[in-house]
Design a protein around this ligand. Sequence first.
Ligand SMILES: [Zn+2]
Length: 338
Amino acid sequence: MKGAVLYGPRDVRFEERATPQITQSTDAIIRLSATCVCGSDLWPYRGIQRLTEPAPMGHEYCGIVEEVGSAVKRIKSGQFVIGSFFASDNTCPACQIGYQSSCQHLQPVIGAQAPVLRVPLADGTLVATQDRPAQGLIPSLLAVSDVMGTGWFAADAANVKPGCTVAVVGDGAVGLLAVLSAKLMGAERIIAMSRHETRQKLAQEFGATDIVAERGAAGVARIMELTRGVGADSVLECVGTRESMMQAIEATRRGGYVGYVGVPHGVELDADGLFFTHVHLHGGPAPVRRYLPKLIDLVLSEKIKPGKVFDLTLPLERVAEGYRAMDERRAIKALLQP
Ligand SMILES: [Zn+2]
């Protein structure tokens, strides 16, 4: 089969790779219905995260189970399944309290920008739908695999409650779906930080009530102005840079919450400064597995359409164009059809 392999900065190739096989008795092999490029794929693509060797890319997936290992009991061939970017047993203490992305037996799922994928710990990782979903729902089900689950965790970690004021830092797919998540959790006011017109529109469609185009200190000042000098109850940090993290902490009210899901790059926190803000910080790789059953239901009942973040659809062999379009911010998120 052919899949995406990243060789170095801005050098992603669609090339021959070994077709995945069952290697452990707890594995499943799935044929992907759709896959996509993640904002986090852009860190190594841009050379900010260094590679030591060519890397098969992709960790967002949904599709049909082709084969399962001998120890797999719950997942069966022919089922339509969705999983997250980390495989987890769903039974260890970390999984049982809902932090499957800190599973004691955690394994990354890699190489999903391909027609076929091996998913470890299949029984713990994958969630099957009752029936095969309609084709039109595939993009939204794919979004649940990472970006929707991550946006939901940002809102959950930031303690979003009915009636509260939320600010979202970052207008990538995760930031936009964090807006949607905050709306579903009952936030009354949702301030989206974006200076990109098409993203501002989608943020408003997902439930943003205010848009702030300013960044850094000016962005914080604008949020203070909008909240009568108090700050937001919950701030959802969906970027991962030093600037975005500081912006999030400084825009939060005293005793408020920051949910941070952008993979940190060069972020250093000032413990003294933080001490006097009384701000709660909670983040990390999203425990998407915890939210999968609920988010899949919301998609199947058409209460949410997170697939709207895919504004570019390409055949898998044009994966390099997907990376380029996202790198240049011409596309929010690229869906790839195997
Ligand atoms: Zn576990």
